[in-house]
Design a protein around this ligand. Structure first.
Ligand code: HDD
Length: 715
C-alpha cells in the first residue's frame, strides 16, 4: 500500500513537471517512473515485504553455518534477476550515452513537406538523443578514434521520427549488403579479439583498400572529426538521402544536418589516447555535467533539398551515401533548433533500451532509393527484436506520445492490455479503422519505377576519389598535418606489409605529398607519382575552422586552478569568479583535498579552500585550460614533477595556460626553449585568450571584487 502511494506521488510529481514544461514525453515517462529513495522497504518482485536480504536461508547450529537451502525463494529471486540483467549489446554503436531535449521549429518548411514537426512553428517536440562510438564494446573508452553516432528520436504528434545519423556526413559503403563485411572488418579481429575501440589493424585497412568507395569516409575518420572534444561540439548528419513530400504531393530529396552552437572542436590525438585510460567516460560525463550545470547544448537544424526533377543534375549520384552535397551546390537552410536539457533518470531503461529505426518516419517524410538506406530500413527493426524482443516499442523510452492503436497483438513481454472483442481489420464494429489521408494517414510517395532486376548500382556510384580529394583540399594546414599523423599511427599498427603498402598507393590517388609522408612513416615504398591527379577543388563546411562559434565562448569549459598552501587569494578568487561569470566551470586542484590556506591567511580563523581534486586524482587532459595564481606556494609547485608535467602537457595539447605573479616564472621555466608568444594582461578575463597568458604584477584586491564575492558565495 505504502509503495503504491509512493509511486502514485511520483506520477503526480511527473504530471506537475510535465504540465509546467508542456513536454509530452515527460508526462508519458512519469507514468512508469518511481523513486527508489521513496520506497518504504524492500519487497520481492511480487510485492511481499522482505525482512532479511543479506543472508541466504541456511542450516546453522550456533557454531557453524551449514548448507544453503534451495527453498529460499527470496535469495533465488535475487540471484535469478541478477543472472538475467544483461541483454545483448548493440552489434555496432554499443558504447553510448543519451539525453532528453526539445526541438523547436523556427521556420516552416511547408513549401517542401507536410510533416507537422517541420511546418508547425508553435510546436515543442520532445526528443531523445543517443551519441555513441561504433567499433568498441559497451565498456570501451569514449575518446577513441571513431565515427560518433548521432541518433535522434523526435516524439512528434504524428508518431516517432528517428534520424539515425553520425557526426560524419558520409559512409564507408554504398550498398547495405556490404554492412556485415564492413563491420566484421572494422571490429576486433576474429582470432584474438584485438584491438578494442580502434580501426588501427590489418583487417580494417585491408577492407578500406579493397573497397575504394570507403576512401572518402576513411579520410574523414583520419581527421579531427573522429576525436571530438565533446558530443556537444560535433555536427550531426542524417547521412542518407530521404524525401520530403509537401501538401501538393511534390517531392524533394533531402539531407538533414545538425550544427552545434558551440562550434566543432576536437581533442588532439595524444590527449584522446591518454584520456581513454585516464577517464574512459570523458564524453559521457561531459554531457551530463553540462546539462546539470544548465549549459544546455544546442544545435541548429538544417536541411538541404533537391527537387526531384533535378536528381540527375550532379556529377555524383545524390542517393550515394559516400558523397556529400557540397554546400556551394545545395545550400543549407536552417529551420529549427534542438536543445538537450534533461539527463536520464536511469541508464538501462532509457539509454540502453532506446531503439532507433531509420524506417520510423512520419507523414510528409519519405525514403529514397539510397541503396544503403533501403537495407537499413530492414536491419534496425530486426536488431531491436533481437536486443529487446518484439514488444520493444512498448517500452517507455520508445513509445510515442501520440495515440497508438492497431491490431498487432501478443508476443513475449506484452505489457499493454487492449480491451475489445476484435483484433483484426475489417471488423463488424468498424473498430480502429485505417486513417484516411485527410486524417493524416501515411501514404507512400507515388514513385514511378522501371528497370531490370539486377545486382548492380547505377554508373555514377563508381566514382570514388573526387570527394575524398575535395575533403582533403578543404582542410586547413594543421588539420592536414593531423590526417597525416593519424594515418601514420593507424598503418603503423598494421603488421602485414601488403596492407600498408597498398594503402600508400591509395593515398597517392588522393594527394601525393600526403602519400609520401605517410609511406615514409609506416615503411611502405614511397610513391613517386600520383595514382590520380588531385583536382585542386575545395568546399566550405568541411574544415572545422568553418564552424567557429559566432562569438568565442568559454561557457561550459573546464578550467583547472592549481594551488597549494600560500597561493595568492586575490588572483585565485578573481580568476575563479571571472571564469564562473563567463559560464565556465572552475575546478580547484590542490595537493590535498583538505583545506588549503592562502598566503597570509589566518588558519585559526579561516576555513581555507577545499579543493575539488588533488594532484593524483586528475590529469591536465581532463581540463580545457589551467590557471596558476602567484604567491609563495609557487616554490612548492616548482619542485613538484606532476605540476611541471601538467604545464608542459597542457601546452603540448594546445591549451590555454594562465599565470600571475610568481607563477609566471614557473610557466616560463617549464616551457623554456619553446617558442611562445607571451601576452601580458591584467584583465580578469585572461583565460579567454588563446595560448599562454601571464600577468607579472600581483593583482590588487579591488580588481577582483566580483570574483571574490562569487568565491565567498560558492564556498
Ligand atoms: Fe547503423 C546502429 C548510424 C549504416 C545497421 N547505426 C546504429 C546507430 C547509429 C547508426 C547512430 C546507433 C543507434 C543507437 O544509438 O541506438 N548506421 C548509421 C549510419 C549509417 C549506418 C549513419 C550509414 C548511413 N547501419 C548501417 C547499415 C546497417 C546498419 C548499412 C545494416 C544494413 N546500425 C545497424 C544495426 C544497429 C545500428 C546493426 C546496431 C544497434 C541498432 O542498430 O539499433 O542495426
Amino acid at each position: 500500500m505504502a509503495t503504491k502511494v509512493a509511486s502514485g506521488l511520483q506520477k503526480v510529481e511527473g504530471a506537475i513537471k510535465a504540465a509546467i514544461t508542456g513536454d509530452k514525453k515527460v508526462a508519458d515517462i512519469a507514468r512508469d517512473t518511481v523513486d527508489s529513495q521513496q520506497g518504504k522497504f524492500i519487497t520481492t518482485d511480487h510485492g511481499v515485504p522482505v525482512h532479511n536480504t543479506d543472508n541466504w536461508l541456511r542450516v546453522v547450529d550456533g557454531q557453524h553455518s551449514g548448507p544453503s537451502l534451495l527453498e529460499d525463494q527470496i535469495a533465488r529471486e535475487k540471484i535469478h534477476r541478477f543472472d538475467h540483467e544483461r541483454i545483448p549489446e548493440r552489434v555496432v554503436h554499443a558504447r553510448g550515452t543519451g539525453a532528453f531535449g526539445n526541438f523547436r521549429l523556427k521556420e516552416s518548411a511547408a513549401d517542401v513537406t507536410s510533416a507537422g514537426v517541420l511546418t508547425d512553428i508553435s510546436r515543442n517536440t520532445p526528443v531523445f538523443i543517443r551519441f555513441s562510438t561504433v567499433q568498441g564494446s559497451r565498456g570501451s573508452a569514449d575518446t577513441v578514434r571513431d565515427v560518433r553516432g548521432f541518433a535522434v528520436k523526435f516524439y512528434t504528434d504524428e508518431g516517432n521520427w528517428d534520424i539515425v545519423g553520425n557526426n560524419i556526413p558520409v559512409f564507408f559503403i554504398q550498398d547495405s549488403i556490404k554492412f556485415p563485411d564492413f563491420v566484421h572488418a572494422v571490429k576486433p579481429e576474429p582470432h584474438n579479439e584485438v584491438p578494442q575501440g580502434q580501426t588501427a589493424h590489418n583487417n580494417f585497412w585491408d577492407f578500406a583498400f579493397l573497397h575504394s568507395e570507403a576512401t572518402h569516409m576513411f579520410m574523414w575518420i583520419m581527421s579531427d572529426r573522429a576525436i571530438p572534444r565533446s558530443y556537444r561540439m560535433m555536427q550531426g548528419f542524417g547521412v542518407n538521402t530521404y524525401s520530403l513530400v509537401n501538401k501538393e504531393g511534390k517531392r524533394h530529396f533531402v539531407k538533414f544536418h545538425f550544427i552545434p552552437h558551440l562550434g566543432v572542436h576536437s581533442l588532439v590525438w595524444d590527449e584522446a589516447l591518454k584520456l581513454a585510460g585516464q577517464d574512459p567516460d570523458f564524453h559521457r560525463k561531459d554531457l551530463m555535467e553540462a546539462i546539470d550545470n544548465k549549459a544546455y547544448p544546442k544545435w541548429d537544424f538544417a536541411i538541404q533539398t533537391i527537387p526531384e526533377e533535378k536528381q540527375d543534375d550532379f556529377e555524383f549520384d545524390i542517393l550515394d551515401a559516400t558523397k556529400v552535397w557540397p554546400e556551394e551546390l545545395v545550400p543549407l537552410r536552417v529551420i529549427g533548433e534542438l536543445e538537450l536539457n534533461r539527463n536520464v533518470d536511469e541508464f538501462f531503461p532509457q539509454t540502453e533500451q532506446v531503439a532507433f529505426c531509420t524506417s520510423h518516419i512520419v507523414p510528409g517524410i519519405d525514403f529514397s532509393d539510397d541503396p544503403l538506406l533501403q537495407g537499413r530500413n530492414f536491419s534496425y527493426f530486426d536488431t531491436q527484436i533481437s536486443r529487446l524482443g518484439i514488444n520493444w516499442e512498448e517500452l517507455p523510452i520508445n513509445r510515442p506520445v501520440c495515440p497508438m492503436m492497431n491490431h498487432n497483438r501478443d508476443g513475449a513481454m506484452k505489457h499493454r492490455i487492449t480491451k475489445g472483442t476484435v483484433n483484426y481489420w475489417p471488423n463488424r464494429f468498424d473498430a480502429c479503422p485505417p486513417a484516411k489521408i485527410e486524417q493524416g494517414g501515411f501514404t507512400s510517395y507515388l514513385q514511378k519505377i522501371t528497370g531490370t532486376k539486377n545486382r548492380a548500382l547505377s554508373p555514377k556510384f563508381r566514382e570514388h576519389h573526387s570527394q575524398a580529394q575535395l575533403f582533403y583540399n578543404s582542410l586547413s594546414e594543421h588539420e592536414k598535418a593531423h590526417v597525416a599523423k593519424a594515418l601514420s599511427f593507424e598503418l603503423d599498427h598494421c603488421d602485414d606489409p601488403i596492407v600498408y603498402q597498398r594503402m600508400a598507393l591509395r593515398l597517392a590517388e588522393i594527394d601525393l605529398p600526403l602519400a609520401q609522408q605517410v609511406a615514409t612513416m609506416v615503411g611502405a615504398p614511397t610513391p613517386e607519382k600520383a595514382g590520380m591527379q588531385n583536382h585542386g577543388k575545395k568546399a566550405g563546411g568541411i574544415s572545422q575552422v568553418d564552424f567557429a562559434p559566432k562569438k568565442p565562448t568559454i561557457a561550459s569549459r573546464r578550467i583547472a586552478i592549481i594551488i597549494s598552501d600560500g597561493f595568492d587569494l586575490f588572483a585565485f578568487a578573481g580568476v575563479k569568479g571571472a571564469v564562473t561569470a563567463a559560464g565556465a566551470l572552475p575546478f580547484v586542484i590542490g595537493n590535498r583535498r583538505q583545506p588549503i590556506f592562502a598566503d597570509g591567511e589566518d588558519k585559526s580563523s579561516s576555513e581555507g579552500v577545499i579543493p575539488d581534486h588533488q594532484y593524483d586524482g586528475v590529469r591536465s587532459t581532463m581540463f580545457d585550460a589551467t590557471f596558476i595564481p602567484g604567491g609563495p606556494h609557487v616554490q612548492t609547485l616548482s619542485k613538484n614533477g606532476q605540476i611541471r608535467h601538467w604545464i608542459a602537457e597542457s601546452f603540448g595539447h594546445l591549451k590555454a595556460i594562465g599565470a600571475t605573479g610568481e607563477a609566471v616564472g614557473l610557466v616560463q621555466q617549464v616551457l623554456a626553449g619553446v617558442d611562445i608568444q607571451f601576452a601580458t594582461t591584467a584583465s580578469a578575463g585572461v583565460m579567454e585568450s588563446y595560448g599562454v597568458v601571464t600577468s607579472a604584477a600581483p593583482q590588487k584586491p579591488e580588481s577582483f571584487k566580483e570574483g571574490f564575492q562569487i568565491l565567498k558565495d560558492s564556498t
